[in-house]
Design a protein around this ligand. Structure first.
Ligand SMILES: Nc1ncnc2c1ncn2[C@@H]1O[C@H](COP(=O)(O)OP(=O)(O)OP(=O)(O)O)[C@@H](O)[C@H]1O
Ligand SMILES: [Mg+2]
Length: 324
């Protein structure tokens, strides 16, 4: 079997925009365009890019929480985009998601015990009273919450603890893969590190595989073995995280990472300030979508969309005039 747990080929998601009397499709938001990547079992692939570039849409469509428009998503070698609802339900147990806002994603009227038991009920796990009790305790231990948490309600916890509840809920069904959609962005900085470290410890102990979406590039560098960069629905570069920070080839990646403050004053990094706004995904620029903001753009970039260049087995980018 292949080393890869997740293989995504040409995944595309368009949100149709309907208008007129007949409600015809008048336009579409091209949120994710022909994105392909792989995630090895047990690794963390980071996913970064400006707001609105399609990170959440990608994460959700690869779990089929929203239906992809086209493309293939293979999980453990099996294409899940063609599974019927009952097979998909079994598959869903193995693929979970953690959201940014731990409060909005917890039902305020349910106790933590109820919240953690619900996914087990849905998937028919730990049915006997004893097994259920043992498993609930094990989940609390795994996310380092006290035993009395089971009878409490979400509002009785801090933001960091609520995110631990969300992590425990995802773990309740023994998943193999978790999409972490900005799981620490809404938390205090002091708590972010604790939750990130918890996710890393759980990964080691349980052999989990993550797609880790984040705005904070430092957090992504810390947790990810590889990082993918998205711009306006396209994946423009993927590389080992240390390589992306030090030796990115795509100008957009370079600009994104040059914005990170460098604590070492001996290493001066020129900040690259991008001009212009992010174009609309309803009407993206021709050719390479980044060309109107790119200081290296040539005529070719306006006319054609660059194919993937593989620099090594792990570093790929789409650019006609890469940084040397
Ligand atoms: N249900 C929807 N209907 C129409 N357009 C949508 C829908 N969901 C997302 N979009 C659009 O798709 C694009 C990608 O959105 P998405 O939420 O995936 O971006 P993101 O990278 O996760 O942004 P952020 O960093 O702000 O979370 C945006 O232009 C957004 O407005
Ligand atoms: Mg998002």
């Amino acid at each position: 079997m292949s080393d890869y747990l997740v293989e995504v080929n040409n995944l595309t998601k368009r949100f149709p925009i309907k208008g007129g009397l007949l409600g015809r499709e008048v336009s579409a938001v091209k949120a994710v365009n022909n994105v392909s990547f792989k995630i090895k079992k047990g690794e963390t692939l980071g996913l970064v890019g400006e707001s609105g570039c399609g990170k959440t849409t990608l994460g959700r469509s690869l779990l089929r929480l929203i239906e992809p428009t086209s493309g293939e998503v293979k999980f453990a070698g099996r294409d899940i985009t063609s599974l019927n609802p009952s097979d998909m339900r079994d598959m869903r147990r193995k693929m979970q998601i953690i959201f940014q806002d731990p409060y909005a994603s917890l039902n305020p009227r349910m106790t933590v015990g109820g919240i953690l038991a619900e996914p087990m009920d849905i998937h028919g796990l730990n049915k006997s009273k004893d097994a259920r009790k043992r498993r609930l305790q094990e989940l609390l231990d795994q996310v380092q919450l006290p035993s009395d948490a089971l009878n409490k309600y979400p509002h009785e916890f801090s933001g960091g603890q609520r995110q631990r509840v969300c992590i425990a809920r995802a773990l309740a069904v023994e998943p193999e893969f978790i999409v972490c959609d900005e799981p620490v962005s809404a938390l205090d900085v002091s708590v972010q590190a604790q939750v990130v470290n918890l996710l890393m410890d759980l990964q080691k102990d349980l052999g989990l595989t993550y797609l880790f979406i984040a705005h904070d590039l430092k957090v992504v560098e810390y947790i990810s073995s590889r990082v993918a960069v998205m711009y306006l629905g396209n994946m423009v570069e993927v590389a080992e995280s240390h390589e992306l920070y030090g030796a990115s080839r795509h100008p957009y990646t370079k600009a994104l990472f040059s914005a990170i403050p460098n604590p070492d004053p001996t290493k001066h990094v020129d900040r690259i300030l991008l001009e212009g706004d992010i174009p609309s995904p309803m009407n993206p620029p021709t050719g390479c979508h980044f060309h109107p903001r790119c200081w290296l753009a040539s005529e070719e970039c306006k006319a054609n969309y660059p194919e993937v260049t593989a620099q090594s087995g792990t570093h790929e980018y789409r650019c006609f005039n890469p940084i040397q």
